[in-house]
Design a protein around this ligand. Structure first.
Ligand SMILES: Cc1cc2nc3c(=O)[nH]c(=O)nc-3n(C[C@H](O)[C@H](O)[C@H](O)COP(=O)(O)O)c2cc1C
Length: 352
């Protein structure tokens, strides 16, 4: 049996014993997807879970757990919600509310490149001002004893020094770990993520480093651990498309199958194609139980838009899903499409 990589520098020591987690993604990392992915976590494995990005200007006035972005399952006391923010009072009030809500930690977004975030000088805009970025972490640290992380992008596609210089003050200001998506803002989510920056950052910084970007299949997940020595890996689109990646990875290290599962994780193209269909059905069911129909149907369509590329005939599935307008129609489309054998590919070109 191989030794499990990761957690060389443990985070949240008492709880997290499994070094793979889902990435925060607007429109995707909601209670529905988390619930489907969680079903593939091996028995006895604990990781932390993201939320969609939450705006610290809004959270103080919202009912946590009562908005679609903060819906959660009763057992989800292991969230590390992600916040967007740059002002003292909203950050403080948000963190106090999070604390009362019951979370494992809070992640600060410094990677979001959308125009609105740039305009308000948060998200990746904070990476343009080293001192201010550290002040934001300081504001959060002052407001809470909860573990704090920062999720960042690369500063330069090749050079690591500017990134190290940016990260050190964040750690001094109280960041407990750093998650790096090593693509620059200009690269958005396309092209290769430069994993060597994850390794170099880990060699230069004392806190745990979570690596992220472009992990699509088991081979990628093994490779990112091996080549970067990172403490955890965060997977976004690949895990949305292939939730059983958690099980595939874990079985190499002798973890038991997930609860209610036995045998081996799906692994052949045909097994994976069938599993995609089961996950799609399960996702619609969770959305149905939680989200009003128009919103749930929209979320599912977005999910398929972001994941269909791994299905060999995904474009046909996507087109059919787009034509559905109710939960019932979504169920019918999925049942029909997956009544025939479907296959999945290991990797695809990520264009969106
Ligand atoms: C639809 C979508 C929404 C995203 N939203 C966020 C976000 O709100 N906060 C964040 O830090 N990253 C966000 N990301 C980036 C992911 O967290 C991740 O860093 C990126 O997708 C690279 O990982 P991957 O190649 O495994 O998907 C988003 C990505 C996608 C695809």
């Amino acid at each position: 049996m191989q030794t499990m990589p990761g957690l060389g520098r443990p985070l949240l020591t008492e709880y997290v014993n499994f070094p793979v987690t889902l990435a925060p993604m607007v429109g995707l990392s909601h209670v529905g997807l988390r619930s489907v992915v969680r079903r593939y976590l091996p028995k006895g494995a604990n990781t932390f879970w993201p939320t969609e990005m939450l705006n610290s200007r809004r959270i103080p006035h919202e009912n946590l757990g009562g908005t679609p972005e903060t819906y959660r399952l009763d057992e989800e006391m292991d969230l590390v919600p992600q916040i967007l923010g740059n002002e003292h009072r909203p950050i403080k009030e948000t963190l106090q509310k999070m604390h009362e809500w019951g979370v494992l930690g809070v992640d600060i977004n410094m990677g979001c490149p959308v125009k609105k975030a740039l305009k308000h000088n948060y998200g990746v805009a904070l990476m343009g001002d080293k001192q201010y970025a550290a002040d934001v972490v300081g504001m959060a640290r002052e407001a809470t004893h909860l573990p704090l992380s920062v999720k960042l992008r690369a500063v330069d596609p090749i050079e690591i020094e500017p990134l190290v210089e940016f990260v050190k003050p964040l750690v001094d200001a109280g960041a407990d770990w750093i998650c790096l998506h090593p693509r620059t803002a200009a690269q958005k989510r396309r092209g290769k993520a430069n994993w060597s920056q994850i390794r170099q950052l880990r060699e230069s910084i004392s806190v745990p480093i979570i690596g992220n970007g472009d992990v699509q299949c088991l081979e990628d997940l093994n490779e990112i651990f091996k080549s970067t020595h990172c403490d955890m890996v965060m997977v976004g689109r690949g895990l949305a498309a292939r939730p059983w990646l958690l099980w595939q990875w874990a079985e190499q290290f002798g973890w038991e199958p997930p609860p209610e599962r036995s045998g081996k994780a799906p692994s052949t193209p045909l097994e994976e194609g069938a599993e995609y269909g089961k996950c799609a059905k399960a996702l619609v069911s969770v959305l149905e139980a939680r989200f009003k129909e128009s919103l749930g149907v929209r979320r599912f369509k977005f999910h398929v838009r972001m994941t269909h590329m791994w299905l060999t005939y995904g474009h046909a599935f996507h087109a059919k899903v787009l034509s559905a307008n109710s939960y019932q129609e979504l169920h019918a489309v999925i049942d029909d499409f997956f009544s025939r054998p479907q296959t999945m590919v290991q990797r695809t070109q990520l264009r969106i």
